[in-house]
Design a binder for this molecule. Sequence first.
Ligand code: ADP
Ligand code: MG
Length: 695
Amino acid sequence: MALRLDTQIQYLKGVGPKLGDLFTRKGLKTIGDLFEFYPRAYEDQRAARNIASLKMDDIVSIKAQVVTVHSINMGRSTRKMYDVVVKDASGQIHCKFFRVPYKGYFERFKPYKEVRVVGKVTDYRGRLEFHHPDIRDIEPDEETQDALIPLYTEIEGLATNKIMKMVRQAFSQIEEWPEEALPKWIIEKYKLLPRKDALKEMHYPDPQKAAQYAEFKSSAQKRIIFDEFFWLELFLASKKTGFQKEGAPKILNKATKLAALEKSLPFQLTNAQKRVFGEIRKDLEKSHPMHRMVQGDVGSGKTLVSFMAAAYASESGFQSCLMAPTEILAEQHFKNAQKVLEPLGLRLALLVGKSKASERKQVLEALHSGEIDLIIGTHALIEDEVIFSNLGLVIIDEQHRFGVEQRGVLKNKGNSPHFLVMTATPIPRTLAMTVYGDLDVSIVDEMPPGRSPIQTRATFESKRPQALQFMMEQIQKGRQAYIVYPLVEESEKIDLKDAVSEYEKLKELYPKVSFGLLHGKMKPSEKDQIMDQFRRNEIQVLVSTTVIEVGVDVPNANIMIIEHAERFGLSQLHQLRGRVGRGEHKSFCILIMGYAVSEEGKERTAMMEKTSDGFKIAEFDLEMRGPGEFMGTRQSGLSGFKMANLVRDMQTLQEAREAAFEVLRRDPKLAYLENQNLKAELLREHGPAALAGIA
Ligand code: ADP
Ligand code: MG
């Protein structure tokens, strides 16, 4: 039977419905999907070696025999590490797995079994071993195979060589290839291989290019990576083009409130604040809505910039709303707004989950009738009954805490309102181009004057007494402190116990010092009470889980001790650390690591000691942990990549983005003949919504 890319896999010769089902469950439905099931590595048979000859960083293939398989518990969590020991006539080596490839994976490695191990040799504490190698059965027809063999991720017992045979079967049966979706000028400008050839080469690798494949630098891989980025970028570009069509509230006035605000401040705006507000103001004065992200390190004064925008909007008669991720933060913003905006005549309101029903009713009525200029709150703001009379500006603080839908709901409460998101997590450029690729970016890259950098030290548990001693010296000088514990979801109870028991211990140890305890399981009113006491210096040391992470501003607190620092992401550590260093006092951050910290963990904390540049830290974090982990939540858009990697393929990402935006610049409605395949593909990938802005 002649196949096409959209033919179901089950019609492939030798497959049938049962195997077809198995593939479908893995998300592989069509022949096209099968072609995009790329090998996870290539085995270079010319690199076959014996164990005794291995050297660090070699990528090799060895023929060996299984000696033992066992699992080892890791720390106090439920995670396990698997160790497969293999040997040949020359020696033996450990193959370690920190993740289980699939259930039952290790069961087939019985002692004496002959296997082929393919992977990179790693040096672990002076011993050579493999981490996550490919271990595959030795095939009867082994000798007749190519010198470079694609290795596929096994599908529930379907071994890699079986998958290879299926894929190649499909290539031999396929007759009809779709036309290139990309216009010719892109193929030429970026020197791209035809997609068809690229796909084929992935599954029929050229032994001459083994080294290129290993580094994802072959022209075949580049084409595929380019495509993956291109479709995302084209989608983002069309969204952005769409924004430019929505009619926005025009905010243009004499800026008398703005002038009064600036005059009332006890300090000068930083140049960065002025520049960023300038960019915002220009957007507000346009007839299509702003979609802007303001990035800036903790304490760089983003909130004030957003207040300025709200003041400016109110003078043109528009309402604004500011949504924050926690009640503590919403209340803090509200208090600040009372100081800064109320004197200018702005009418403010606060709406959080715990607001009393009567208050709430009053606020909602006032909002609806236009008697409120700025409403500040938590996600309580997105509820249906929150109705504005004239919403002109939506501001979202620490926006990575919110999902795309939540942002969308707020937007829909106005008539194409302007949209401003703020984040203290510096976003590496690659993420700014993908996850947030439809937003314009402003960066507050300057701190208000008079802040000295936070001195950071990483140390081990054994030095905790000294760390506490040092903290107490600061307390004696009148300062305040934070002690932070991680709260990892899977072991929430254990961690909570850590914070609570440490709090009890400290109270006993230092009876003259007043301690407070703050954690996520407390009622909002209890949390507030604790925070208020801390703000008033009635609590000197706040023992807390990460609930204090965002936004909390207590300038007298100048020292933070972070326990189990190795368990945090670097960007999170950086945010936490930003809670100190907010006043005139020299500030300190002590990172305490558990004894079990890995080399990688040490490298990460060393990075924290070295730099206070949030962007550098974010790039490093992204490199070490990947985008999913980095963002804290799984962000849509990135999970779709089969081969592309944001860190490794930055250059290609840049090209794909440039190409996608250029397509829409030349042909904003995608009406040209050369763009018809592309338009069809966009529609297929993202549905009609993708074209809403441009059609
Ligand atoms: P961010 O939200 O960027 O983390 P904030 O807006 O909370 O930072 O600002 C931190 C503190 O700095 C606040 O107390 C704020 O009043 C103060 N601040 C803001 N801008 C300036 C400035 N230009 N000069 C001095 N202090 C400032
Ligand atoms: Mg903030």
